[in-house]
Write a protein that binds this ligand. Structure first.
Ligand code: ADP
Length: 557
């Protein structure tokens, strides 16, 4: 049966349409896009200024992720395919996967089953080279900083207070802390440094938040790189390298066009972390997709407490657009884990655990309502779900008046998402949209964080460490307090304790540290520890990957 095939087997059997006909379907003329081989293309970012009609923007988010898997990307792709099937011209926008998780824990990430974007191998490996360009721009800046110090340090940079590290798109824990500049006078000035993964680079976040090449350059020039011996901040513009950095990104800024298994147009562009950054594909891809289609479906990383909150408080504000609806993905398996089961117990029917786990979904629904947006719950169906379990979710939604549809896009592609597609277009047409961000940029940093903790997480209060308190004062003094807040929190729980599943109440959030991303334009609030350079597990996914003599890829999920 088809359901036992792996994602890569399904992707390899797909009949792809030449990218030229996808571009044609979108109404693009030859000067507006450029082929990158047979099945990939870049669409000009400049097109944004030329097109005026705006389609509807649909955000796909989910309950708190569990190791049982939620299938957000799968539903995003499937919903896009389904909308096309019911006659709505739809474009999809997704993040580009990082090689860290691909070679490490997860394997590839381009949707799943019969709802995938293709060519899957390319998207998961080097694709159109954007991550390479971002890595190079990031490391070029690091080299410019070290060279500046080596050549006399006229900016008076304190080598102990450089906040700009180096990056690599791999999981490599051995590079978290390094000493550079060893070897004597001709080899630079020795100092402590470290590597982050490319998706944690502020340049990745900036690329995804920029509205044009000019905006990209302005954001790059504002980035904080170090402090002087007198404690004064030093910015990229002080080094005068924003031109060179922008140059390195001049192709990467253009959204990449691919297709789904059913030839629905899809942008795959950018992929910032969803904790220390905002976790969404580029605004350019989202806005361009919405202009080229009547509907644009996109997703944001992790659950609605992180991804949707940031999409609605940070991304939509930066992109100056109004989202039209939110799809909240839930699975019976994950809900049962929120209801207290372990992963091994999920195969058996358990209505009590499922009923208890609905609390987690309820919290995320409240969040989307707090933003004033229409929503639909998508129950991502697994073949192990029992009829009684599905009925329970149905009844709960009906009793509480929540629009809901069963999604079978993983097993049936777009055909399995038509109910969901009809429900989404219905709520967009029939429900009033009162979208508004949850806080004003003029609120103090403390107030902004308190608003998120109370209205989104359902927590009681926020405690700031003494370090965070010192940083609050210094950010305020530097005039950096009028930016939105980007929360770095565990994705597993609504609280800052990854073990507290379901819907915890009356908890206190602990803000350990703050970080300023002036180019991206947000203040990162770190709760708990966040690894910006992950490590590999004992059995990395890479061990199961291979390529045959004739170039066929195996094991990439
Ligand atoms: P997320 O975006 O939430 O991380 P993905 O859509 O990437 O999740 O899916 C993660 C994995 O789970 C993929 O390998 C996908 O094929 C699988 N998956 C998703 N939905 C289903 C489903 N309904 N049944 C079986 N497997 C699924």
């Amino acid at each position: 049966s088809k359901t036992v095939k792996s994602d890569i087997e399904i992707a390899q059997e797909a009949v792809l349409t030449p990218i030229a006909s996808i571009a044609e379907k979108l109404g693009l003329n030859e000067s507006e896009w450029e082929p990158y081989g047979r099945y990939k293309a870049k669409v000009s970012a400049h097109l944004l200024e030329k097109l005026d009609a705006d389609g509807k923007i649909i955000l796909v988010t989910s309950i708190n992720p569990t190791p049982a898997g939620e299938g957000k990307s799968t539903v995003t792709v499937g919903l896009g395919q389904a909308l096309n099937r019911i006659g709505k011209k739809t474009v999809i926008a997704l993040r580009e996967p990082s090689l860290g998780p691909t070679m490490g824990l997860k394997g590839g990430a381009a949707g799943g089953g019969y709802s995938q974007v293709v060519p899957m191998e390319d998207i998961n490996l080097h694709f159109t080279g954007d991550f390479h360009a971002i890595t190079t721009a990031h490391n070029a800046l690091a080299a410019f900083i070290d060279n500046h110090i080596h050549q006399g340090n006229s900016l008076n940079i304190d080598p102990r207070r450089i906040v700009w590290k180096r990056v690599l798109d791999l999981n490599d824990r051995a590079l978290r802390h390094v000493i550079i500049g060893l070897g004597g006078k001709t080899n630079g000035v020795p100092r402590e440094d470290g590597f982050d993964i490319t998706v944690a680079s502020e340049i990745m976040a900036i690329l995804c938040l920029s509205l044009s090449l000019e905006d990209l350059k302005a954001r790059l020039s504002r980035m904080l790189i170090a402090y002087t011996y007198d404690g004064e901040p030093v910015f990229v513009q002080d080094l005068q390298v924003e031109g060179a950095l922008t140059l390195l990104l001049k192709e990467a800024i253009h959204p990449n066009l691919v297709q789904t298994l059913e030839n629905t147009p899809a942008f795959v562009h950018g992929g910032p972390f969803a904790n220390i950054a905002h976790g969404c594909n580029s605004i350019l891809a989202t806005k361009l997709g919405a202009k080229l289609g009547d509907y644009l479906v996109t997703e944001a990383g992790f659950g609605a407490d992180l991804g949707a909150e940031k999409f609605l408080n940070i991304t939509a504000r930066a992109g100056k657009f109004t989202p039209n609806a939110v799809v909240i993905v839930a699975t019976i398996r994950a809900l049962k884990m929120h209801g207290g089961l372990t992963k091994d117990e999920l195969k058996d029917e358990n209505l009590d655990a499922l009923a208890a786990g609905m609390e987690n979904l309820a919290c995320h629904i409240d969040t989307i309502r707090a933003f004033g947006l229409p929503y639909v719950i998508a129950l991502n169906h697994f073949i192990t779900d029992t009829d009684r379990e599905v009925a329970l979710v149905n009844e709960w939604c009906a009793e509480n008046n929540h629009p809901m549809a069963l999604s079978k896009v993983w097993e049936d592609g777009g055909a399995g998402g038509e109910d969901l597609a009809r429900m989404v277009t219905k709520v967009i047409e029939e429900t009033e949209n009162h979208y508004h961000p949850l806080y004003a940029l003029d609120d103090s940093i403390e107030e902004k964080i308190q608003t998120i903790v109370r209205k989104v997480y359902g927590g009681a209060k926020v405690e700031f460490s003494s370090k965070a308190n010192r940083q609050l004062a210094s950010f305020k003094k530097n005039g950096w307090d009028k930016l939105p807040v980007c929360m770095a929190k565990t994705q597993y729980s609504l609280s800052d304790n990854p073990k507290l599943l379901g819907r915890p109440h009356d908890f206190t959030m602990h803000v350990r540290e703050l970080k300023i991303s002036l180019g991206a334009g947000f203040i990162v609030a770190l709760t708990g520890s966040v690894l910006t350079m992950p490590g590999l597990p004992k059995h990395p996914a890479a061990l199961d990957m291979n390529v045959t003599a004739d170039g066929k890829v195996t094991g990439l999920f």
